[in-house]
Design a protein around this ligand. Sequence first.
Ligand code: GLN
Ligand code: ZN
Length: 773
Amino acid sequence: MAVSVATLGFPRIGPRRELKTALERYWSGASGRAELLATAAALRAKAWARQKALGADIIPSNDFSLYDQVLDTSAMLGAIPPLYGWKGGPVDLDTYFAMARGAQGDAHAECGAGCTHKAVDVPASEMTKWFDTNYHYLVPEFAPGQAFALSSTKPIEEYLEAKAQGIETRPVLIGPVTYLKLGKGRGEGLRRQALLRALLPVYAEALGRLAAAGASWVQMDEPCLVLDLDAEEQALLTKAYAHLAAAVPGLKLMLTTYFGGLGGNLDTALALPVAGLHLDLVRAPEQLEAVLARAPKDLLLSLGVIDGRNVWRADLDAILDRIEPVAQGDRDLVLAPSCSLLHGPIDLAQETAIDPEIRSWLAFGVQKIEELAILARALNEGRAAVAEALAASAAAARSRRTSPRIHDAAVAGRLAGVTEGMARRGSAFAERRRLQAEALGLPAFPTTTIGSFPQTEAVRKARAAHGKGALTDAQYEEFLREETARTVRWQEEIGLDVLVHGEFERNDMVQYFGERLAGFVFTKHGWVQSYGSRCVRPPILFGDVSRPKPMTVDWWRYAQGLTDRPMKGMLTGPVTILNWSFVRDDIPRSLACRQLALAIRDEVLDLEKAGARIIQIDEAALREGLPLRRGEWDAYLRWAVECFRLTASGVADRTQIHTHMCYSEFNDIIQAIGAMDADVISIETARSKMELLGAFAEYRYPAEIGPGVYDIHSPRVPGVEEMTALLRAARRRLAPEQLWVNPDCGLKTRKWPETEAALVNMVAAARAARAEA
Ligand code: GLN
Ligand code: ZN
C-alpha cells in the first residue's frame, strides 16, 4: 500500500489578494484583458508550484476561477441565459462578467453599423451561498428545452498550462448532478431528467478532451451527495456516472464529496462506476467504517482528514491513530483536506502579529498541506520518520487543551449557573407591549432605521488614519462624535420616531464586538473569498468568551444625550457572531454560542441600566447557520433560539427588544422566529413586495414587525406612493398596530443623498399610512 497527498482546490485570490486587485483594475478600465489574464496565470503557476513544494502529490487544476467555479461550469456547458445576448461559440469575458456582475453601457461594438441593439443594461445572475459556506456562487439558470454545448475549454487549457510548467494535475469539475441541483429553471416544464440527458454528452466531451490531453484522473465534485437526496436524484447520479464511464472508459474519476457525510446516499455513491471516492472525515468521521466495510476493494479512497473549513492545527497523532489501521490494509490511500482550501485563509506565515502561543494552534491552507505531507510520511515510513513534526503537533494540541488563554474557569462557572428562567422574559408579550407602549409613547407605524448610516469615504479614511496612528484616539473620537451628532440631529429633523447613532465607530458588525470580547483573535491577511473579488476576514474565536467591559454603552449614552426621542442600543447577536467567525473545534458550536450569549447579555443589561428603552440585537446570520440536512435543523434552531433568548431576556418588561434579519425566507423557520420572543423584528421584504409576510400572518406572529419598505442594496430612491403601497400590502396581512416602518437593512453601503431622499419619503409614507388607518 502507498499513501499519497492530494489537495482538492487552493485559494485563488492570492496571498495578497492579487486577483482582487487585478479584477478591480480590469473592471474600472485601468487595465486590459491581457494584464488580467497574465495576473491570473501567474497566480495559478505560483499555486501549483507551491502545493508541489509543500508535498502534495495530486494537485488540482481548474480550481482557479476569475469569478466563480459554478459560473465557469455554466460557461463550459454553454448555459448562458438569453438575456446576455450570447450567440454561441466560446464565452467571452464580457459575457462572463455580465453574468457575474451585470452590465451597463453599450457593449455591442462588435455589431458594427446598423446595429439595432439598445445600450445594454442587464442584471447579474442570482447569487447564493455555496452549501453552508460563506462563498457565493452564481445560480445556473435553465430555460425550457435548454440546450448545452461545450463553450469553454478552460479545464483543458489550465490542465495543459500546468503540464507545460512540469506539473501534472488532476482537473476539477463540478459534477453534473450537483450542477443541476444548484440551478433553477425558468418557465414551465423544467425536467431534470431531460436536462441531464442534454448535459451528459457535453461533460463526456470535456472529459474526453481532458483524457486526450493526458489527464489520467479527474476530480468530480458532487457535494450534493451530502444532502438529503430523493430516489429520483439518486437515480440521476447512477445514470450520469454510467453514461460518463461508458463514454470515457480510460479516464479515472475521483468522486468528491464534502461538507458532510454520505448518509443515506452511501450505497448510491459506492455503486457508481468511479475509480475513487473522497470522503469528508472531519464533518463525518463515522462514515469511514461503513465505507471500508462496503467499498469495492479497487476503489481508491481519499480521506479528508484535515479540516478545510477551519483554521486549527490538527492533532496529527490522533489522526494517525485512526488512519494507521486502514493504511495497514492492502488499499492504497489518498490523504486530503476535507474540502477545497478555498474556504480558509492561505498562509499563517503572514500573520506575524498574532500572539505566538495562539499562532501555534493555527494552520491555514499552506500549513494544512504540510500537515498532510507529514501524515503521509508517517504512514509510508513510520512515525519515527517525522518524529519531530509529530512532537510539535502534540505539544500544540496539549497546550490548546490546557492553556489558560482558552479555558476560563469564570466562564465555565457562569455557564453552570445559567437557569431556565434567564432565557425567559418576565411577562408574556401582550403585557410587555402594554408597558412598552406606555414607556415609549410612539405613534402608529413608528419609523426607524436598522442601525448603520452611510460609511462615507471620510469615515473610512478617518478609520484608516487612526489605524495607522495618523489620527490620535482623541482626534478620531472627536470625528466620530461629530458624525454621530450630525446624524442624530438629521434623524430628528426629518421626523424619524426611533433613532440610531449610526454605527460610524464600527468597521463591521461582528469584528467590532470580536475585538472587544476576550476569546477572539484577528488576522491581517486571513482573507477568504466571499464572492468574485470580495473577501472577508472572519474573526477567529479561539477561547472562552467574556466581556471585559462595556462595548457600546458610551456611544449609546452620547447619542441619547443629543435627543429626547428613544435611541436604540445596537448589538450583534450571539448566533450571528458565531456564524460569521471561525469557531473552536474543541467545544460544540452550541456551547461557544452560549458563551457569546452571556457576554452580549451583559451588554444588554448595561445598556438598560444606562437608560436605553429599546435594544436591538441583530441576528442577520441566524438562518444561514441551518445545517445542510433537514434532520439536523431542529437541534440547531433549538440552541440558536435559546442563545438569543438568553441574550435578550434579562431586561425589564418595559424595555423593548428588537431583532433584525436580513433575508426573506421565513416559511420554514417561522416557529423558531416566534420562539425568539422579540418584541419587534425587522426583516427584508421590499423586493418580495411583502409576500413573505404571509408566513408571519399564517403563523399568527403575535409581536411587532418592521417589514423593510425599501431595498437598501440599490441607490434607487423609492417614492412615497411606492412605500405607502407596500405598507398597505403589509396591512392586508397583519394588524396595523403590529407594523413598524423601516428600510430592509442598514444603510452603511449607501451614499448620503439617496439615503436622505429615501428616508424623507419613508417618513411621509408612514404619515400617509397613519392617515389611512
Ligand atoms: N445594524 C446593522 C446595520 O445596520 C445590521 C446589518 C445587517 O443586518 N447586516 O448595519
Ligand atoms: Zn440586515
